[in-house]
Design a protein around this ligand. Structure first.
Ligand code: PMP
Ligand code: GLU
Length: 406
């Protein structure tokens, strides 16, 4: 029989082909390949790329998962999660965020990323606009595109926070076409944290314009100095109605691979999300759900230990970066990233954050994420979720690279 050839550009959906690969995961693959080549020469890459805690999942949480498996808690569950975990989530929101919810308000999914995807699918019709303040986490834009919505970017002010004038302007321009805004505080990639007054001002504009708010709070526990976290949903009854608060055990408890995230919202929203989850994923991993109960209800000492360690690293890295000529950097108040402006190095050979990141990796073996992935090409993102020794070595190498390209 003659060999049949298939034109996959025609066969596979435009939706899939239009989608971009996650830049953080793409970079990780590139670093892996480069690192294994280097290791043969006795060298290695310092990884400031993907943002995931370098700590082990705490023992009490691992133990809870082992017990769940031994007790054969390994079957399907309700698609939005088991009642026991939802109760732990309700208690967490009540105690830590001053938010009262019932079981019908809670959705547990496969990490915050999948929860966000289900929320966006639940709201967005073809052509609906979703406001995404720059700089933004890499998956927001692509998840909106996957739902055939249109991301609209909101500019930032000199503190890298939402420019309220621009937000008003966009609301006036697009009116009812705007469905959602995605807020993220503490922010990935900038580390900025919104204060209460700022959230109230943003909330007022959203409420006035009928825009629902996704509040991504996955870095809530990693705050430095005197900074406090506020959940926008807790600021008024009206804001509670229009906000979907997203969180996860992934960052807080160093459980990125366990894939448990959750959100709270109006019952009408959660019941529609549940249908998508029924059809698309069944339920989040059962033993991981049981482990997450221990994460939320058990000792929080490990979170403190991690936070303290991140704060030391943040202080060190900020101090070092501030002393490198041509780098401009704001002091991050939360999360575990610094987001320095490296555009002072742009020249004939380095024209973009991609060029900077690529040459830094290839010449001095340091992996960072180009700012363009987060909506601004003048920056790079450095994750300090790695040991202080790695940070020292990595910043030495970065400093050396900067001297060479100055
Ligand atoms: N939101 C932000 C801002 C993140 O940085 C991440 C990290 N990947 C996520 C959501 C997704 O988290 P998860 O690993 O729980 O899917
Ligand atoms: N949130 C992490 C990051 O921004 C994990 C990677 C991802 O989920 O894209 O690097």
């Amino acid at each position: 029989m003659p060999e049949i050839s298939y034109d996959f550009n025609k066969i596979l959906s435009q939706r899939a082909r239009n989608l971009e690969e996650s830049p953080t995961f793409a970079l990780e693959k590139k670093i892996d390949a480069f690192d294994s080549k280097l290791k043969k020469e006795g060298k290695f890459v310092i990884r400031f790329g993907i943002g995931q805690p370098d700590f082990n999942t705490p023992e009490n949480i691992k133990e809870a998962a082992k017990i769940a498996i031994d007790e054969n808690k390994t079957k399907y569950t309700a698609s939005t999660g088991i009642r026991e975990l939802k109760n732990a989530v309700i208690e967490k929101f009540r105690k830590e965020n001053n938010l009262e919810y019932e079981l019908e308000n809670i959705f547990v999914g496969n990490g915050a990323k999948q929860v966000l995807d289900v929320i966006i699918r639940t709201f967005v019709n073809k052509g609906d606009k979703v406001l995404i303040p720059v700089p933004y986490w890499v998956s927001y834009t692509q998840q909106v595109i996957l739902s055939e919505g249109e991301p609209v970017f909101v500019k930032y002010n000199n503190e890298l926070k939402i420019d309220l004038n621009d937000l008003e302007k966009i609301c006036n321009r697009y009116g009812k076409q705007v469905k959602l805004i995605i807020l993220n505080s503490p922010n990935n990639p900038s580390g900025i944290v919104y204060n209460k007054g700022e959230l109230e001002a943003i909330g007022e504009i959203c409420a006035k314009n009928g825009i629902f708010i996704i509040s991504d709070e996955v870095y809530e526990k990693f705050l430095y100095g005197e900074i406090k976290h506020y959940s926008i949903a807790a600021l008024s009854e009206e804001l509670k109605k229009i906000t979907i608060t997203v969180n996860a055990v992934s960052k807080t408890y160093s459980m990125t691979g366990w894939r448990i995230g959750y959100c709270a919202a109006a019952k009408e929203i959660i019941s529609q999300m549940a249908k998508i989850q029924d059809q698309a994923a069944s339920n989040p991993c059962t033993p991981a759900q049981w482990a997450s109960i221990e994460a939320l209800n058990g000792s929080q000492e490990s979170v403190n230990v991690m936070r303290n360690e991140y704060e030391k690293r943040r202080n060190y890295i900020f101090e070092r970066l501030s002393n490198i000529k041509n780098i401009k950097c704001n002091l991050p108040e939360g999360a575990f990233y610094v987001f320095p402006d490296i555009s002072g190095f742009f020249n004939k050979k380095i024209k973009s954050s991609f060029d900077f990141a690529e040459q830094l990796l290839e010449n001095d073996f340091v992996g960072v994420v180009p700012g363009a992935a987060f909506g601004d090409d003048r920056f790079i993102r450095i994750s300090y979720a790695t040991s202080i020794n790695n940070i020292k070595e990595g910043i030495d190498r970065l400093e050396n690279f900067c001297k060479k390209i100055s």
